[in-house]
Design a protein around this ligand. Sequence first.
Ligand code: URA
Ligand code: SF4
Length: 195
Amino acid sequence: MTDLEKLKADCLGCSACGLADTRTHVVFGVGVPDAEILFVGEGPGENEDLQGEPFVGRGGQLLDKMLAAVGLSRQHNIYIANIVKCRPPQNRDPRPEEQDACIHWLRQQTSLLRPKILVCLGRIAACKIIDPQFKVTRQHGQFILKGGIWMMGTYHPASLLRNPTQKPDAFSDFQALRDKIGEVCAHTSLIYPTD
Ligand code: URA
Ligand code: SF4
């Protein structure tokens, strides 16, 4: 068992916050263990809770499409995780105390993956990881170096579904990400689907 597999096994048994009581599955994360790019969302929704995998609903399909447009996929070259690993009831925002109880799992994932780039999907992740005052509309697509990792926040896929006028900005953020990968990643190869 790899260290990441061990961490996942531990996480699947976690009941450190109240979200344990209502979850179906702990959603640990998915992707390749040598990924140089880590994406972080806020927490599982209904589909994720049922399937045990992050971003598998409508928002996830949009995310996969945007990833594919810049040669990225959870199958080949990235890792995807969330701030909280268990679904908040009715998809409410995860509470500060739930985020504080759970964040050590993400920190351990980050320590093991040692990504070059971390992309926050939406306000909750960006405020927890980049800056408590982060404003997505003002700061999306801007890279800052923090603790040796290039960090950027962009729109949450669910936000893009609600407000499609944000999509061009989100696509430019993904182009900026592709450029940053070219600058700072050592072994990430971009793979563009043919169909
Ligand atoms: N929204 C998130 O923030 N994370 C998921 O895994 C799914 C939806
Ligand atoms: Fe544990 Fe995180 Fe799930 Fe809370 S949300 S029970 S801290 S894994």
